[in-house]
Design a protein around this ligand. Structure first.
Ligand code: SF4
Ligand code: SF4
Length: 294
């Protein structure tokens, strides 16, 4: 029998409400779970919120009191990263800065179905036959998934993400669009803004991870090199996508090659007063004056 002690380290209580809801979703007794009143009587700590200077000592002592084998589940993005409370003067750190964490459940807040699924996973419980109960109702959001084949590496998603959950990393080899699910609050802005419909928020059944690094998913895109200086400057797919869109809108026709060449010069070189670059600027500026093809 697993015995859970629930610990609210700090936060908005959104995750606590979902944990409470999770306990009404299925019969905990049927799953072999009991709620313990004291950490001394429990072997699983379910923690919500990031730790603040007041809860830190209590969290350490609850973990010390836990029976072996001890398991700690961090529920929601605040427990994993401190979420919106990051940088607050009263914060002591994410939960894993205070006690070792075995499982991170993503979301702000995670759905009750996912919380039960994660606890069953952490405790190796049998949830066979509970598929219907653990299925997320239609219309709910979940972790964003990026389709590498559709992503053009434009970075619009990272620009709008309010939780800083998306990072654009560029090096000589290419561009990487990195989604860190541990930070994600399921707002959907990345999906709304993506010009190539590469992002989809899916309410998957399994939205938990054994480590924070494991919560990363990314699209890797080869770089386009500047025709003038040879430096990588954009994702190849983004230049191809821009050219395709220009062609659709302006019917480039015989000018297509010249326009492609103009797009092939990096921003750094475009700032320089070089004959070839002047010509590229002239071509790109002339596109703005063209009537739309459709
Ligand atoms: S849904 Fe997208 S934009 Fe919103 S927090 Fe998650 S990664 Fe960021
Ligand atoms: S194409 Fe979509 S997923 Fe890729 S970087 Fe742009 S906004 Fe993000």
């Amino acid at each position: 029998m697993a015995r859970i002690f629930r610990f609210d380290a700090s936060g908005c209580n959104g995750c606590d409400i979902e944990v409470l809801e999770a306990t009404t979703l299925v019969s905990l007794a049927a799953l072999g779970i009991e709620i313990a009143e004291r950490p001394e009587d429990a072997n699983l700590l379910v923690v919500t919120g990031g730790s603040n200077v007041k809860s830190r000592r209590e969290l350490e002592s609850a973990h010390r009191a836990l029976q072996a084998p001890k398991t700690v589940v961090a529920v929601g993005s605040c427990a994993a990263t401190m979420g919106i409370f990051k940088g607050g003067y009263a914060m002591a750190g994410p939960i894993d800065a205070i006690v070792p964490v075995d499982l991170y459940i993503t979301g702000c807040p995670p759905r009750p179905q996912v919380i039960i699924g994660a606890l069953a996973d952490a405790l190796h419980l049998n949830v066979e036959g509970m598929d219907e109960l653990l299925r997320t109702p239609q219309g709910f959001r979940g972790n964003p998934h990026v389709d590498q084949a559709k992503c053009v590496g434009c970075g619009a998603c990272a620009h709008v993400c309010p939780a800083d959950a998306i990072e654009i990393v560029g090096d000589g080899a290419g561009r990487r669009v990195r989604f860190m699910h541990k930070d994600c609050i399921f707002c959907g802005s990345c999906q709304d803004v993506c010009p190539s419909e590469a992002v989809e928020l899916r309410a998957g059944r399994k939205e938990w991870f054994p480590t924070k690094d494991a919560s990363l998913s990314e699209a890797q895109l080869p770089a386009r090199r500047c025709l003038h200086c040879g430096a990588p400057y954009l994702a190849d797919a983004q230049v191809a996508w821009a050219l395709r869109r220009l062609d659709e809108k302006l019917a480039l026709g015989a000018d297509r090659g010249a326009v492609e060449r103009s797009l092939g010069i990096c921003m750094e070189c475009r700032r320089k007063d070089i004959g070839e670059v002047r010509e590229a600027k002239r071509i790109l500026a002339s596109l703005a004056r063209r009537p739309s093809a459709g």
